[in-house]
Design a binder for this molecule. Sequence first.
Ligand code: NAD
Length: 498
Amino acid sequence: MSTYSFDTQSELNENVLSRFYVNGRWVLPGTSETVTLIAPSTGQPFVRVPLADAGDVDRAVDAARKAFDTGPWPRMSGGERAAYLRRMSVALASRMTILSRIWTAQVGAPIGFADMFVPTATAMFDYYAELASTFAFEETRPTRAGEARIIRQPVGVTALIAPWNAQLPILGYKLGAALAAGCTVVIKAPPETPFDALVVAECAHEAGLPPGVLNVITADAERGAHLVAKREVDKVSFTGSTSTGKAIAKACADRMARVTLELGGKSAAIVLDDAELSPTLAALAPVTMPFSGQICFAQTRILVPRIREREFVDAYSAVIGSLKVGDPWDVTTQVGPLASRRQLDRVLGYIESGRNEGARMTTGGGRHPHFDAGFYVEPTVFACVTPDMTIAREEIFGPVVSILAYDDIDHAVALANNTDFGLSGTVFSGDVERGYATARRIRTGNVSVNGLEMSPNVPFGGFKQSGIGREGGPEGLNAFLEDQAVYLPVSSPRPAQE
Ligand code: NAD
């Protein structure tokens, strides 16, 4: 079985392998500090990449500050910026294959999964290009003495920080909106997935983005904290764990820097008593543990009516038990390895806790017996889970799903809402309006009926400890804007809208 088929030297160019992108140029890092990437399917090292020191962070921020304060980017019209975004989208579209391959190589996402989700990034750039060219960046309202012009100013220098699990799609949301708004950007790529953001920098360079508008470095948590604390950074847009999100919010609060936080989830799928079993399973099972459950919107708690519990548990466990676990480079693989040893240990710990706290394991339950190398865990289902159990409360971020039984709809809604998180959710019903009525009662940022959908023009984000603010849609653009009101004493001709 081939478990390694990514040749970094021939597939990636020297810039992406060994440099950062700062002020429109590929620059050598300031230190010789490196991190070694481990292939999740073998557990073997496959490449060393540079890590930024504080000086690299400072240079990237200085470039973004200068580009914002004196460069053309924030002063262009939305339509002018849209042209750059469209060119970036074209450049990204021409690199879809390598971007998928990078995803699989770095964190073991099954190649079929990566192929499906990589185009999200171009979709976001296309959406924000369209929005930038039509958005009212300036508007006039009458006042008692004359008029006020409301100007949606770019918020300034922004730091974009995203986790290892889905670098590229998440950057698509953040960067598309930040650039459309007229902000300048420093992306801090995580040490586990350095390549995606650097390939995006190649696209920006190809699109002719002015120097300093986009800067990309790879850095660890300590240098990430240094970036977030810098007074030249006006806004931080962060996706990652709730604990890191809280630390970042505190650092930003010190100087009132703007912050958007997309954090963890423990999303519930409510199966109503009228839901037909087979279409429900077909739509639900794939979103309960996509990319081995390492996706924030995974539907990890399934709530089923007690009278149908046995039927559902047996059928769902059979589906999960039959998923094809295998080499992430094989297009037929449905479940690949976890991304890292840290992830492996974390997930095995949660499986152990489910067992110890009295849940009934119906399939899976440990390291996968067919693989003696790599970070493979069996897709695992627990039934008879109660809301107080650790596996029902904490985000596992692995292929582990809990099934809880409910007595009536009020009980189902109470169970769904009995969590510190509020990111995603689903409701399955034979009656879409009944599904909608239930969905509205769930305290969560996104809910889908009879499936799970996300769309570039629709806001995504969390209630409660799943975050603050939204990405996607006009809401995602607003997150990178500040409203400025200028009062004028007399009415004057309305300015042409940008
Ligand atoms: P993490 O919080 O450990 O790290 C995320 C990023 O933050 C990394 O780039 C890391 O280097 C950086 N970082 C860590 N500490 C920092 C600090 N003090 N200051 C600045 N940067 C810092 O998260 P993770 O474990 O890599 O990712 C998994 C988490 O991400 C899960 O909780 C998952 O739910 C969440 N996530 C959320 C969404 C969403 O849209 N809500 C999407 C994907 C993942």
